[in-house]
Structure formats: C-alpha cells, structure tokens
Design a protein around this ligand. Sequence first.
Ligand code: AHM
Ligand code: MG
Length: 342
Amino acid sequence: MKTSIGMTVTEHILEKQRENPEATGAFTRLLSELIVATKIISREVNKAGIVDILGYAGRQNIQEEDVQKLDEFSNRTIIERMCHIGQLCVMASEENADIIEIPSRYPKGNYVLIYDPLDGSSNIDVNVSIGTIFSIHRKTSSHEDGTLSDVLQPGYKQVAAGYFIYGSSTMMVYTTGEGVHGFTLFPGIGEFLLSHENIRIPERGRIFSVNESNYNYWSDGVRRLVDYFKSPDTKPPYTARYIGSLVSDFHRNLLKGGIFMYPADTKDPKKPHGKLRLMCEANPLAFVVKEAGGYASTLEKPILEIEPEELHQRVPLFIGSKEDVELAERYVRGELGLGSNL
Ligand code: AHM
Ligand code: MG
C-alpha cells in the first residue's frame, strides 16, 4: 500500500479498497460517513465549554448511569448519519438498550456497526479528553434486516475497529486488520491527515493505569499484581497514570507502552465483571491493540475470543503491551508473587 504522512484518511481507505478487487466501495462509504459524524461530534465537543450544552440530561441510561447532553447529541448524530447510507443492516450503541434497526424506508447493507458514542463523558465538564469507539462486523444472518445475532459476534470476527479521541487535537485511530493507523484532524481544512503510520505498542511498558480506589474490592491476584507494579523492588519501576477516560488512557498506553486495567470487583453486586462493556469498548480496543502488537485479556481468556451472550455484557479488561498483560495473567494464576522480577 502506498501511504505517506499527510494523506487524507479517505485516500488511505480508498488505497486499501483498490488493493482488494472484490471491494465494492461499501466499506469505504460506511467509514467515510462515520468520519463525517465524528467531525460533527468533535465540533460540538470543542464548543462544550462555551455553549450551554453541559450538564446532565436529567435521566439515566439503561445501565443506570447518568446521561449527559453531549452523549445524546453524539448518539443521535451517529444514528442519523449512518441509518440512511445503505451499508448497514443493524447498529448497537452503548446508549440504547436494544439493537438499533435501520428504518424500512432506507436500503440495507451487509455491515453491523457497534459503538460507544461518547466514552468518558463524565469528564466533559472538566475539559478532559473523551472519545467515540467503534466496531464493525459483517452480517452473518440471512435476514435482510440485521438481528441481535449479527451484533453478538466474537471480537476476532471484527472487520474494522477504532476510536476518535477529542483531545488537544482530534484524532482517528483505526485498523482493518492490516496495522493500526492514526490520523489527526486539521481543523482549518476539516480533514483527517495521516500522522501516525503503522503504530506499534512497545512490547513492555512502564505505565500501569487503574482506578486504585477499588483495591479492597479486587481479588487477591489483582491486588498482588498492583502491589508488584508499586513495589520499590520492581526494576525498572512502573509509574501510574489514570485519567478515567478509557480512550485517553488507552491511547497514551498505545503510544508509550503499558497496561490499562479495569478488573472485576465486588463493589457493586450488579456489576460483578467490572465496568467496561465487551461489545462497544473491550472488543474494538482489543482488535486495535492486537494489530499494534499488544494484547487484551480478561486474565482468564483473550478478550477477542469471548463468545458474547448479551449486548451490554461487561468484562474485566487488561489491555496494552503484550508482556505486561501476560505478566498480569501469570500473577492472577498465582505463578508469580511479589519479588518475582521480570
Ligand atoms: P462511560 O462509557 O459511561 O463514559 O464509562 C466508561 C468510563 C471509561 O472511559 C473509563 O475507563 C471508566 O469509565 C472509568 O471508570 P471509573 O470512574 O470507575 O474509574
Ligand atoms: Mg463508554
């Protein structure tokens, strides 16, 4: 593939399409429209401090979490932009209890879009980076309209995944299974230009990212692991970084190396498997990290191999540099203890 720093994301996707003689352009059209939707979201996120769009929308989502106005705006924007393009058979969003059907007046296609419209939205009003995460599958059912079974596919079957991060600049990072590429939005021209070609995560990092206030609710194995990261005997030492915004924590570790963790905990009996969702958070980031040379695990099995059971299923997530995540698996299996220096 001929790529060069500065090429537009559309050209990048088209280059890929040209290399595949069977490509119909449907996938290119799908991603292009998603990019338009996220440019609209990016503009709105940037305005958040100066227009009265902050604050709770006054209700909770189906997982009993507060919904903010920008979440709703982002969700609506993606639904409205993506419904009519003719490439999707069904969608699923973190903000909707059920799958989102494509209205009968629009043509249907062979792809499934699963997304978190605005992850980390509790950070909006303190100006911390937030993001949109997406996962794309091919339809497997024989119906023209997609079904729940088209959505509930394991992560290894994703055909594309990635995220948009609304930070000091807006970036798109995506994979179609041929490496991970990052594009930065140049606001003056409104285009995402290639800025991070073929991203590789370091094999081993020095950053661990976790919400340590949950320490007393973790298993012994997870506590041992975090004790290892903090121990003065660990050489070279780790450092802690936790923003509390998954896309931002993941993006930093992707570029610098390290491990992000959201373990299972006993804090909330309604969420025994941790907080993060398999379909719209763990799976897409697991695909990205794998393509960058990293790894994602629940500590019992690779994220990408989980057979999903429900749309809003939550899973423990350990994701990042391959050696760090493998080390986490060994700690929790009891193969390593404090003092094992690797
Ligand atoms: P959200 O999708 O409702 O925004 O919640 C997910 C966010 C992630 O961005 C972040 O990693 C996590 O929640 C932080 O959780 P906690 O505040 O428990 O550390
Ligand atoms: Mg989220």
